[in-house]
Design a protein around this ligand. Structure first.
Ligand SMILES: NC(=O)c1ccc[n+]([C@@H]2O[C@H](COP(=O)([O-])OP(=O)(O)OC[C@H]3O[C@@H](n4cnc5c(N)ncnc54)[C@H](OP(=O)(O)O)[C@@H]3O)[C@@H](O)[C@H]2O)c1
Length: 266
């Protein structure tokens, strides 16, 4: 983790911050000096993380460095509450958005649990699109009348290697990440010319709560992890994101695939 304060003065929103990649990203951004709005559904975990971040990295203008906004990241009311919390708590809008909340689902169109399709599509695709829309509107407004090149602004979206290469084994999940892939690139083309970076991060296998939430068979998936070991840890992804958003506003690492070295496919 870096302690270079390259993000001092910036306010980040991280969805899915109660575990895995989102939690690691929150810790990394805080170490670089950002203030944090943390979202996920498990409130007690957010409270613990917010406390840990403030204890480790100190207050900002007498206020805790991180605050939790619990709720489903695909609900309009939660998105409103996150954006409002940034303004109310830090006195300025969020300028660094990490659209990370998401979930996997074991199986294909033919074999996955159809009862979970709607929730996954809502979380992984609709929720991300809504957050991009609402935060994009705010960032456009923020950049009006100021020199964007002096003020980096970011929307970072978590895709997946299965959102770039077809995996027949998790094709319903992959379809949501293909959707996110196209949304992120389209938004980059739309917002980039206005000084807003939209970045797509596509990790391969990362050890987190993801595997059990997705319902992967521990035996067969364990074998796959063993084959590719060491697999990624959330801090690998967080470090990459921290690097990207710390670059000067005029430079954009816009599309990154991160795999365990030994993961050949997808
Ligand atoms: N792990 C991998 O191999 C891998 C690979 C490629 C991409 N990704 C992507 O990376 C992102 C993070 O995954 P991860 O590996 O960190 O998984 P994880 O350990 O399961 O964490 C997922 C996080 O998202 C939150 N979340 C889930 N549904 C939510 C909702 N509706 N509203 C708000 N928060 C929600 C969870 O918290 P609550 O349960 O408390 O809400 C949790 O904090 C996901 O988008 C995933 O698709 C993961």
């Amino acid at each position: 983790m870096t302690h270079n304060h390259s993000l001092r003065g910036r306010v980040a929103i991280v969805t899915g911050a109660s575990a895995g990649i989102g939690q690691a990203v929150a810790l990394d951004l805080a170490a670089r000096g950002a203030g944090l709005i943390l979202n996920a559904r498990r409130e007690s975990r957010l409270d613990e993380l917010a406390q840990r971040i403030t204890d480790q990295h100190g207050m900002i203008d007498g206020k805790p460095r991180a605050v939790g906004v619990p709720g489903d990241a695909s609900d309009d009311s939660t998105i409103d509450a996150m954006l409002r919390a940034a303004q109310e708590h830090f006195g300025k809008p969020a300028d660094l958005i990490i659209a990370n909340a998401g979930r996997g689902l074991n199986g294909s169109v033919m074999t996955s649990d159809t009862d979970q399709w709607e929730e996954m599509i809502r979380t992984n695709l609709l929720g991300v699109a809504k957050l991009m829309r609402r935060s994009g509107e705010q960032l456009l407004k923020l950049n009006e009348g100021r020199d964007w090149s002096q003020h980096p602004t970011d929307i970072v979206v978590l895709g997946s290697t299965v959102g770039r290469h077809i995996s027949p084994f998790s094709s319903m999940y992959g379809a949501t990440k293909f959707g996110v892939n196209s949304l992120a690139e389209a938004a980059r083309r739309e917002l980039g010319p206005k000084g807003i970076r939209v970045t797509l991060i596509e990790p391969g296998i990362v050890k987190s709560e993801f595997q059990s939430v997705a319902g992967y068979d521990p035996d067969s998936f364990g074998d796959l992890m063993e084959k590719f070991s060491p697999v990624l840890v959330p801090e690998d992804v967080a470090r990459t994101i921290g690097f990207i958003v710390s670059q000067p506003a005029g430079m954009h690492v816009c599309d990154v695939v991160i795999r365990p070295t030994r993961q050949d496919y997808p």
